[in-house]
Design a protein around this ligand. Structure first.
Ligand SMILES: Cc1ncc(COP(=O)(O)O)c(C=O)c1O
Length: 394
């Protein structure tokens, strides 16, 4: 059935990705791919997306030099790509808005989404309000508790938030429920997946709508520093901000790094570092690097950061890692929290807990000889205030 698709469905030498979807979803996925290809080729869609990104989202987001933090870490220069300054406070809006425009183009009246940290849910709810689409967001109960401000924001934007109590009550279970709901309502509803995950064409679609981050950042760093950095680094949950930042640098002679959640330990169940104990498997419609127990069951994960707390790395990012085009590292909960405090005190910027994982790698990069680093600050930390307050005693 995957042969029916027009675009490549697989990534890298290990052919990751694919479309492992139930029969009921095959036609909606084919329709989605056709709509996506049609939209990409349509100058009117491109113009509307560009205008909305500028006027509603606030693009281009700035590239901010962080000289005080750079000095403390032993770097010559550090540049922060400020997705925290995008409307709704994270990179998620780039994809949510573009897919909402696509949903309207397909004649859908309703949008279904899942969310972990709540940023994708908030972005989708905002985009739906802007475009007059009904919106239902599935969210695990654990995530609802730790990201409560985002639950309120989604509701204020008119979205229905459906609590998901199954399993750990985190992103994996929310995706399960969203896919199930979409299968039942796919004639009227579009499913806006929030990361570069899921069955084809979602990973390609999400990456394509997020590469605006790296395209802007590459031009900005050349303009501001007159040269490319030694390293570009982003955090990795499913991989959407990572791909968005790193893909436009794939042809450049520099280090590209993605940082996973090291949680609070090395044992399975204590982290979400898929490169450390993950093996190839299928989850949520795609083949990728997946944390599994010895019986092949999807493993539990742990991270202080809801947005990185997911057992699979998206297939395209996993392929880039396995093919050695991107390096993967891990940062523990404590390292991410300490890195967040350092950025706050040095530069007056409160990062999302997810982004703090990328920040936590900076001292190691300096020790390994990197002089200039460009870091994707994927989101702002307001949603994480209660965690920062309790864990950093502030
Ligand atoms: C601010 C922020 N950064 C990063 C992520 C991780 O997702 P992804 O790997 O798709 O960028 C999330 C997920 O919710 C997030 O909210």
């Amino acid at each position: 059935m995957t042969d029916a698709f027009a675009l490549p469905t697989r990534f890298g030498t290990q052919a990751l990705g694919g479309c492992y979807a139930p029969e009921t979803l095959m036609q909606p996925l084919l329709d989605l791919e056709a709509a996506f290809c049609g939209a990409l080729a349509d100058p009117a869609f491109q113009a509307e997306l560009k205008a909305e990104l500028r006027q509603f989202v606030g693009r281009p987001t700035p590239l901010t030099p962080a000289p005080r933090l750079a000095e403390k870490l032993g770097l010559k220069a550090l540049f922060l790509k400020r997705e925290d300054l995008a409307h709704t406070g994270a990179h998620k809006i780039n994809n949510a808005l573009a897919q909402a425009l696509l949903a309207r183009r397909m004649g859908k009246t309703e949008v279904i989404a899942e969310t972990g940290a709540g940023q994708h849910g908030v972005a989708t709810a905002a985009a739906c309000a802007r475009l007059g689409l009904r919106c239902t967001v599935f969210m695990g109960v654990t995530d609802m508790a730790r990201q409560a401000p985002n639950v309120a924001r989604m509701r204020l934007f008119g979205a229905t938030v459906e609590p998901v109590a199954a399993g750990q009550g985190t992103l994996k279970e929310a995706v399960n429920e969203a896919l199930r709901a979409w299968a039942g309502r796919c004639t009227t509803a579009h499913y806006i997946l929030g990361s570069a995950l899921g069955p084809h064409p979602f990973p390609t679609l999400v990456r394509s709508f997020q590469t605006v981050i790296g395209e802007e950042a590459r031009a900005q760093v050349l303009d501001q520093a007159g040269a490319l950095p030694d390293a570009v680094v982003a955090c990795a949950g499913g991989g959407s901000n990572g791909l968005g930042l790193l893909v436009p640098f794939l042809g450049d002679p520099l280090r590209r790094l993605a940082v996973e959640a090291g949680g609070h330990g090395r044992a399975l169940g204590e982290h979400a570092a898929r490169l450390d104990g993950g093996r190839l498997g299928v989850l949520h419609g795609c083949k990728t690097l997946l944390l599994q127990d010895e019986h092949g069951h999807t493993a539990e994960t742990a991270s202080v950061s809801a947005g990185l707390d997911y057992p699979a790395l998206g297939p395209e990012l996993a392929a880039l890692v396995l093919d050695r085009k991107v390096e993967v590292r891990r940062a523990s909960d404590d390292e991410a929290l300490a890195a967040a405090r350092l950025l706050c005190e040095s530069e007056g910027i409160l990062p999302a807990l997810e982004s703090s994982h990328a920040l936590a790698l900076l001292s190691a990069l300096a020790a390994e000889g990197a002089a200039t680093v460009l870091l994707g600050l994927s989101g702002r930390g307001d949603k994480d205030l209660s965690t920062y307050q309790s864990r950093l005693e502030c």
